[in-house]
Design a protein around this ligand. Structure first.
Ligand code: NAG
Ligand code: NAG
Ligand code: NAG
Ligand code: NAG
Ligand code: NAG
Ligand code: NAG
Ligand code: NAG
Length: 557
């Protein structure tokens, strides 16, 4: 089945979980999302959870900023923004815990309402849990189609204004007799990844509406050339994995870039089983899935993939793992020599054979198309290319690229500084990574990262804003926990916590008590979740004090 091998090993749940566990999406993932895959399996677990929570709509303005010419022509209309809630733990005075769903369908976030962080916080504080879909995702469409002109209302500012509007206006079905708006109720926002940055800004921009926020793996610094995506793998991968990947990537680069026009270019593609991938960068991209897989590692078996560690075990093995690669030995020795690492041929040959075997088995075998560009092409005009002319609402993949092309960046490249060997090929440069911006939206300028970074970037801090990150997270380099930044104090008012050995928003997932074991969730996650319940409880004490003060002030003559 097309790509089934790779996808199935990448995920224990196929596609929707992909979108859910790996946000912001990488180009690799995007490519898979665009290609049709069998969604049947996904859909079982997703449908199960969705059946437990009816979806609701709230009508919100399409355009919150009539004062800003950027959004011309303006709209006076309203659209339906989707949300779900669970009031089973609610008691009077409890908060509303809003999980901002970020750049994917809100349905994928429902497990967090069922048993993840939202359920935990609602239970701990007698709160109402909410999953709130982001405009231009899932079923929350302010426009009838996704022409580039119609994408103009997709900015982080508009989406934050939606979220504030929700808190100021919502009426929960069955609880209409209660005022549960932010006028009388504490709102606590939670978000992971893009949504983590989103809630951090939300707290700062709408402090009267949101009493507190938890930014988990919040990528608060927008970065155009995000070569540091691979920094976490470079630092934390199992022994030898990063070094071997760097050397073998350098072998490939020395051939692709340094031996253009020689027989070696065709030979290296052929060795990996990818002779018909036209563009060098597409070839380089196709052999990089293993090192990309770190982001998919989660403590929660419901959505984890071990692929990163399997890849590392492959390329650090000195034993030949795939006997079928033996006939390639001489060729590989020759390529290592041509690629400038003949001096380490003795250790690199078996490792490169294993790399080749891994790519052939894992990636190449998943392509049943005659034309490999159909499977692995991006900028070459194949694969992704043919979808660029479609603008119907079904082209949901357009939303996140639009956001990163216009505001967020995060183009993952091999552009490490001189002297630092990259973990992916230097052919995967900015031009390659951003080609989707030009092809899909006719955008050729870098993203306006300043539109995001004006909110504080790495330095963002605010009372009752918690910053939670994962030590091994590829997105850590865009968060306030980035390596090289000053350590901050971790206080109840401004919690600042790094999950040891954690990857991408690991505090978001949870298990039912009857699914909890000695190992799951791991101690580092359980402790952070306990701390979150504790500091949100503390924030609620402050809220009650504040309410009492307001009442006294209001009763004064
Ligand atoms: C919410 O709005 C969408 C789009 O306008 C509509 O298709 C859907 O039926 C609505 N759902 C509910 C529960 O009202
Ligand atoms: C538009 O109004 C909002 C407040 O509603 C303000 O924050 C923003 O700066 C204004 N934008 C412009 C371009 O004047
Ligand atoms: C590459 O293309 C040639 C010529 O079309 C075809 O015979 C061959 O099977 C292709 N190889 C792969 C691995 O797709
Ligand atoms: C090599 O990778 C493959 C594909 O993921 C995996 O099945 C296999 O177990 C790995 N080998 C080792 C030694 O880990
Ligand atoms: C082998 O050559 C590479 C590339 O020139 C160099 O970086 C590396 O240090 C050399 N290795 C040894 C063991 O000398
Ligand atoms: C693309 O952008 C260029 C430069 O801004 C402009 O001249 C051209 O008309 C645009 N093309 C389309 C199809 O929008
Ligand atoms: C575990 O607990 C959940 C929530 O209470 C419940 O829905 C589920 O059926 C239980 N599972 C088992 C196997 O008992």
């Amino acid at each position: 089945m097309v790509c089934a091998n790779y996808l199935a090993s990448l995920l224990s749940l196929p596609l929707a979980a992909l979108a859910l566990s790996k946000t912001p999406l990488t180009l690799q993932e995007l490519r898979k999302q665009i290609r049709p895959v069998n969604r049947a399996q996904l859909n079982q677990r997703e449908a199960e959870v969705a059946a437990k929570y009816p979806a609701y709509n709230i009508s919100v303005p399409i355009d919150h900023f009539h004062n800003d010419t950027f959004y011309e022509p303006h709209s006076d209309g309203f659209y339906n923004m989707r949300y779900w809630f669970d009031a089973q733990y609610h008691k009077p005075g409890g908060p509303v815990i809003v999980l901002c769903a970020g750049e994917t369908s809100g349905v994928g976030r429902l497990p967090f309402l069922e048993k993840g962080i939202v359920a935990q916080l609602a239970q701990a504080t007698n709160g109402i849990g909410v999953i709130l879909e982001h405009r231009y995702y899932g079923e929350s469409w302010p426009v009838p189609d996704l022409s580039t002109a119609n994408m103009r209302f997709l900015t982080t500012d508009q989406a934050m204004a939606d979220t504030a509007y929700f808190a100021q206006h919502v009426k929960f079905e069955g609880l209409e007799h209660l005022d549960l708006t932010s006028a009388t109720t504490a709102y606590i926002a939670y978000g992971g990844s893009y949504a983590g940055a989103f809630v951090a800004f939300l707290r700062k921009l709408y402090p009267e509406t949101f009493w507190g926020a938890i930014s988990s793996s919040g990528v608060t610094e927008a970065i155009w050339d995000y070569w540091k995506y691979f920094e976490a793998a470079a630092v934390y991968a199992p022994t030898g994995c990063a070094e071997t990947t760097q050397k073998l990537t350098n072998v490939v680069d020395n051939i692709l870039l340094g031996k253009k026009g020689t027989k070696y270019v065709a030979q290296v593609k052929e060795a990996f089983g990818l002779p018909n991938v036209t563009l060098d960068a597409d070839f380089a991209s196709a052999i990089s899935n293993g090192i990309y897989a770190l982001q998919s590692y989660n403590w929660d078996p419901e959505e984890s993939s071990d692929e990163f560690f399997l890849y590392c075990a492959n390329v650090t093995s000195d034993k030949v793992l795939y006997p079928s690669t033996e006939p390639l030995r001489e060729r590989v020795v020759e390529l290592i020599e041509a690629g400038g690492w003949g001096n380490e041929s003795e250790t690199l040959t078996n490792r490169m054979l294993n790399y080749v075997g891994y790519v052939r088995g894992d990636t190449v075998a998943s392509c049943t198309d005659e034309n490999q560009d159909q499977c692995f092409g991006t900028a070459s005009g194949e694969g992704l290319g043919e979808d660029f002319a479609a603008f119907d609402i079904g082209q949901t993949w357009r939303s996140w690229p639009y956001q990163y092309c216009t505001q967020w960046g995060y183009i993952q490249t091999g552009d490490t500084p001189e002297g630092v060997l990259p973990l992916i090929s230097r052919t995967m440069n900015l031009e390659y990574g951003s080609s989707i911006c030009k092809r899909a939206f006719n955008l050729s300028e870098p993203a306006d990262v300043e539109a995001i970074n004006k909110h504080g970037g790495f330095g963002i801090s605010y009372p009752r804003l918690a910053i939670i990150d994962g030590e091994w997270d590829p997105w850590r380099a865009a968060t306030p926990h980035a390596l090289g930044l000053a350590e901050r104090a971790d206080t109840l008012d401004e919690p600042f916590k790094l999950i040891a050995g954690g990857v991408h928003h690991w505090d978001e997932n949870g298990r039912f008590p009857n699914e909890t074991t000695a190992e799951l969730p791991p101690t580092a996650v359980a402790e952070v979740q306990k701390a979150e319940a504790h500091f949100v409880g503390k924030w609620m004490q402050e809220w009650k004090l504040e309410q009492a003060k307001r009442m006294i002030a209001a009763s004064m003559p």
